[in-house]
Design a protein around this ligand. Structure first.
Ligand SMILES: [Zn+2]
Length: 95
């Protein structure tokens, strides 16, 4: 009886943890620009947004996106790439 209840609690806990500890590509992409901005500001982006960090470690696609965004924002957002990104982000936000 006790063991069953313990198991059930473990399962419930595991389910809620999984939901909180993993994000998908969409969610990762939504937070990616803030993540990169923090990184570029010298803040600990990985500590502030562990879910994004976690997803980037697991997902090659998003890691590539992260690298591209990092490069784009390093330009200061003033170059053509930066302008392209802000336009892309606006259109994505509107969608
Ligand atoms: Zn992803």
């Amino acid at each position: 009886m006790d063991a069953d209840r313990e198991d059930l609690e473990k399962i419930v806990m595991a389910l809620s943890l999984t939901r909180e500890e993993e994000i998908g590509c969409d969610e990762c992409f939504e937070r990616l620009d803030r993540f990169v901005e923090m990184e570029l500001s010298g803040l600990d982006a990985a500590a502030a947004m562990p879910l994004v960090e976690d997803h980037l470690r697991k997902c090659g696609d998003c890691r590539e996106e992260f690298g591209a965004l990092l490069e784009a924002l390093k330009e200061g957002g003033r170059g053509p790439v930066g302008r392209l990104w802000s336009r892309l982000r606006r259109s994505l936000g509107a969608g």
